[in-house]
Design a protein around this ligand. Structure first.
Ligand code: BES
Ligand code: MN
Ligand code: ZN
Length: 502
């Protein structure tokens, strides 16, 4: 997605499609009067609003073909209630606009301009405006057609967005636009990786992509193969990996922008396909388990953004990656394995594999003496029961860090909701034979997963993000294509940029 900045009055903008974001209301805001006059037809925009055909609700949009003026199309986009407009509402409206633009087909528009009616700005700063519009455009425009020889209904891609702002805001908006370009690119990379099928996106493929990033941006890179994992005694990761012929990988990316300061570590679950192992999953929707590497995709997407933005901070990315398959060599329920940290684990359910690969990463990360560790993982189906698809489940061992992550999520439009890691829940993991078991039974499934990881997050502030409910959508939504959401990239990026003081 390319982006530009425009400071011309709305009526003077020459574009195939001019999107205008409005808050809920029954009259056209005054700032759009001149545009409406230029559009001809005796006030088409005012009528669209006054008639109630367009109410300005969130995700609503209305396409108008003006009889005059410089814009070939005008798209009204709803922001929801005026008092609740935030940068995340603007980002979402920009995504809706980009998706509508992409859907036009025919004499399709390959670019669009996006403006927020001044009355609806609700004090969102110019910098945030620039960033949110570009991020939203990247989100809404994204499509994946790579694996179709001939798409049934080929449509031109939306290649560029023009951020519309007032002349005095241009410098700040441009700074935000630059951040939006980088984060949007990271977000698109994450979704691309998520979308790849399991036979393409294997652990070695992820390592290859990490190598490309390292070469493009000068990151440090370490990749451990099965033999190296054995030398490292990553017994929990190896237990999952023993059921598949596909080689596992443990990937470490290091970005250095902060001298000798301790790094922020980002850990992403990289299960490139989760069949459940011997505790095999039902066939229904099992194909979605290619998305079980969404945490890994979030980490790689964030490094794409880091490479472009080069903030003053150190960041280490860790990706434990394997398939989880049943086979004659697979780990069995009842088996006991020894983790990298030395704690022993009774494997009750081989489908609780995410925590097994992550616990070795949380142990390995100690050597970097991290200032904070954030992990993102499609860890439990139970988080969908608790929070649906609207929020990431967040847990951790440090209240201040949880707060910092939630703030980043709010700015990113990737909301987090806390679940408690009270001592009471530790009981769930008690094993008769080992230090703990990997599954706690039916109740509090997401918390049991969090508690398991907490046993390995020793000596550093740590936050766990359960993204199983937010990593992909099962149907079409107004602001993005069906499938992978790239969740985590924007949250991680916000977190890092704030810490870097950028
Ligand atoms: N990858 C799954 C979790 C998942 C479920 C992700 C639905 C996306 C959508 C994870 O490895 C898993 O299988 N978790 C088990 C844990 C249980 C066995 C304790 C689950 O949620 O059922
Ligand atoms: Mn599983
Ligand atoms: Zn899994």
């Amino acid at each position: 997605m390319k982006s530009t900045l425009v400071t011309a009055p709305l009526a003077q903008i020459e574009t195939p499609l001019l999107a205008i974001a409005l808050a809920q209301g029954s009259t056209l805001p005054k700032s759009l009067g001149e545009l409406d006059r230029a559009a001809g037809g005796g006030g088409v925009l005012a009528r669209a609003v006054a008639s109630g055909d367009f109410k300005g609700k969130r995700d609503e949009s209305l396409l108008v073909y003006p009889g005059g003026g410089k814009a070939q199309r005008i798209l009204l986009v709803g922001l929801g209630k005026g008092a609740e407009v935030t940068r995340s509402a603007i980002r979402r409206a920009a995504a809706v606009a980009a998706k509508r633009t992409r859907g036009l087909g025919g004499a399709g528009a390959t670019q669009f301009a996006f403006a927020v009616a001044s009355e609806a700005r609700n004090q969102v700063a110019p910098r945030d405006l620039g960033q949110a519009i570009v991020e939203g455009a990247a989100q809404g425009a994204w499509v994946f057609t790579e694996l179709k020889a001939a798409p049934e209904d080929p449509k031109p891609e939306v290649e560029a967005v023009a951020v519309v702002c007032d002349p005095p805001e241009a410098t700040e908006a441009a700074a935000g636009q630059k951040v939006g370009d980088a984060v949007g690119a990271g977000h698109q990379l994450a979704r691309y990786l998520q979308m790849q099928p399991g036979n393409v996106c294997t652990p070695s493929y992820l390592a290859q992509r990490a190598k490309q990033l390292a070469e493009a941006y000068g990151f440090g890179l370490t990749v451990l193969d099965r033999a190296a994992l054995q030398r490292e005694a990553m017994g929990a990761l190896l237990a999952v990996a023993q059921g598949t012929a596909e080689e596992p990988r443990f990937i470490v990316l290091e970005y250095r922008g902060g001298g000798e300061a301790p790094p922020v570590a980002l850990v992403g679950k990289g299960v490139t396909f989760d069949a459940g192992g011997i505790s095999i999953k039902p066939a229904q929707n099992m194909e979605d388990m290619k998305f079980d590497m969404s945490g890994a995709a979030a980490v790689l997407g964030t490094f794409e953004a880091l490479g472009r933005l080069k903030p003053k901070l150190n960041v280490t990315g860790l990706i434990p990656s394997t398939e989880n398959l049943p086979s004659g060599t697979a780990v069995k329920p009842g088996d006991v394995v020894k983790s990298h940290l030395g704690k022993t684990i009774e494997i009750i359910n081989t489908d609780a594999e995410g925590r097994l690969i992550l616990c070795d990463a949380l142990s390995y990360v100690r050597r970097f003496k991290p200032a904070a560790v954030l992990d993102a993982a499609t860890l439990t189906g139970a988080v969908v029961v608790a929070l649906g698809h609207a929020a990431i489940g967040v847990m951790g061992n440090d209240e201040a860090l949880i707060g910092e992550v939630r703030d980043a999520g709010e700015r990113a439009g990737e909301r987090c909701w806390p679940l408690p890691l009270w001592d009471d829940y530790r009981e769930l993991l008690k094993s008769d034979i080992a230090d703990m078991k990997n599954s706690g039974g039916r109740g509090a499934g997401t918390i049991a997963g969090g508690w398991f990881l907490r046993e390995f997050a020793n000596g550093f502030p740590w936050v766990h993000l359960d993204i199983a409910g937010t990593a992909y959508t099962e149907g079409e939504v107004p602001h993005q294509a069906k499938g992978p959401t790239g969740i985590g990239v924007r949250l991680f990026s916000e977190f890092i940029l704030k810490r870097a003081g950028a």
